[in-house]
Design a binder for this molecule. Structure first.
Ligand SMILES: [Zn+2]
Length: 119
């Protein structure tokens, strides 16, 4: 009799475990580590649209989840620098020519300034 009730208990435990296994499958735990070494395990629903790569740690620092890739570049609009815009209008040869002109002017003006001083 005692054995029978134990078996019953075991079976019950097993079926409960199975139920438990269903739930974690719907969630994903993301591990964040802050610069201080604190670990935050944050559960997400698997079908969550956005899983943050950064998490504010309990100590206030920004924890990073290494397993989450950084935001895709498409979200960051490539900022055009002045240099990019310049290169669209002028070729490198043009720029070098301009630079040479400027440098020549600069040298000439410096020489003019220096001459009276040295003399
Ligand atoms: Zn921390």
């Amino acid at each position: 009799m005692g054995e029978t009730s134990m078996k019953g208990t075991r079976l019950g435990t097993l079926s409960l475990e199975r139920d438990d296994h269903v739930q974690p499958a719907e969630r994903r735990v993301v591990r964040y580590v802050c610069p201080e070494g604190h670990v935050s395990n944050v559960p997400y629903f698997v079908d969550a649209d956005e899983i943050q790569r950064e998490w504010t740690c309990r100590c206030g620092a920004t924890a990073i989840a290494d397993e989450i890739a950084p935001e895709p570049p498409k979200e960051v609009k490539p900022a055009r620098t002045h240099w990019d815009m310049l290169m669209e209008r002028r070729t490198r040869a043009d720029l070098e020519e301009l630079l040479e002109e400027r440098l020549a002017l600069l040298r000439a003006s410096r020489e003019e300034e220096e001459l009276p001083r040295s003399a």
